[in-house]
Design a protein around this ligand. Structure first.
Ligand code: IPE
Ligand code: IPE
Ligand code: MG
Length: 248
């Protein structure tokens, strides 16, 4: 068990991304249907959003539903969409009261109309909030996001707005769903798998990765703090030598 008092509040990562995995196993371990795990996962979302805002994280990016998750059994997809809608409706007041600005990454147009409506409403209602930015990745796939960015850039080239030789890292970043935001410093994955599952393929290029076996419905504030402490004990070298980093 980590001693949470070890957390250095002066060195909190700006952007934390989380692959919230393990809801299904959490339910199956208890002989319950998978959607029950998703339901309990919502409580972890509420807890971690609150904790992140309180600890001074500026951007929290949560992977809630991937482009590949559409291939799950229709009843599970339906349950997830229903939970998403209720979450957005029930949490809107808390989100607003806590000055959280909600954003969506991914193919919003693929979401059922009723979900999109509450999502658009929550985004509009919180647009002027200047506290924590909460990015919800919904029907999100890193490859799809890059493909959409490339299509847009190609169209701008064709219109003569930019020249191919002007395309650089910054221009690509500016065409992603995360435009204007710094890249995640820390990626947390619950549920123990060591893979990216198509999450933020461009943006995670230099993120520190923290994987825990804890299943998402069991992941709470103290587990989040443990991940932050682990992050604080890393040396981020960005290709340099250790000596260069300590001497700079
Ligand atoms: C993560 O939990 C939630 C979503 C992908 C929507 P899972 O449903 O993937 O849970 P496991 O990995 O099967 O335990
Ligand atoms: C990743 O979890 C997607 C989300 C957490 C939303 P998955 O459970 O879908 O990932 P894989 O299929 O095990 O890689
Ligand atoms: Mg999973």
């Amino acid at each position: 068990m980590t001693d949470t008092t070890e957390l250095d509040l002066g060195n909190i990562p700006t952007n934390v991304a989380i692959i919230m995995d393990g809801n299904g196993r959490w339910a199956q371990n208890r002989g319950l249907p998978r959607p029950v795990g998703h339901k309990h996962g919502v409580e972890s979302v509420q807890d971690i959003v609150r904790a992140a805002a309180k600890l001074g994280v500026k951007i929290l990016t949560l992977y809630a539903f991937s482009t590949e998750n559409w291939n799950r059994p229709p009843l599970e997809v339906q349950a997830l969409m229903g939970l998403l809608k209720t979450f957005l409706q029930n949490e809107l007041k808390t989100i607003t009261d806590n000055n959280v600005c909600l954003k969506c990454l991914g193919q919003k147009e693929r979401l059922p109309n009723e979900v999109r409506q509450v999502l658009d409403n929550a985004i509009a209602q919180t647009a002027d909030n200047n506290g924590l930015i909460l990015n919800l990745a919904l029907s999100y796939g890193g490859r799809n996001e890059i493909v959409r960015a490339v299509q847009q850039i190609a169209a701008e080239c064709r219109q003569g707005l930019i020249k191919p030789e002007e395309i650089d890292d910054a221009l690509v970043s500016a065409h992603l769903d995360t435009a204007g935001q710094p890249d995640p410093d820390l990626l947390i994955r619950t549920g123990g798998e060591s893979r990216l599952s198509n999450f933020l393929l461009w943006q995670l290029s230099y993120a520190e990765i923290y994987i825990t076996d804890t299943l998402w419905p069991d992941f709470r504030k103290n587990d989040f703090i443990s991940a932050l402490i682990d992050f604080q004990n890393r040396q981020r070298r960005f290709g340099k030598t250790s000596k260069q980093v300590t001497e700079s």
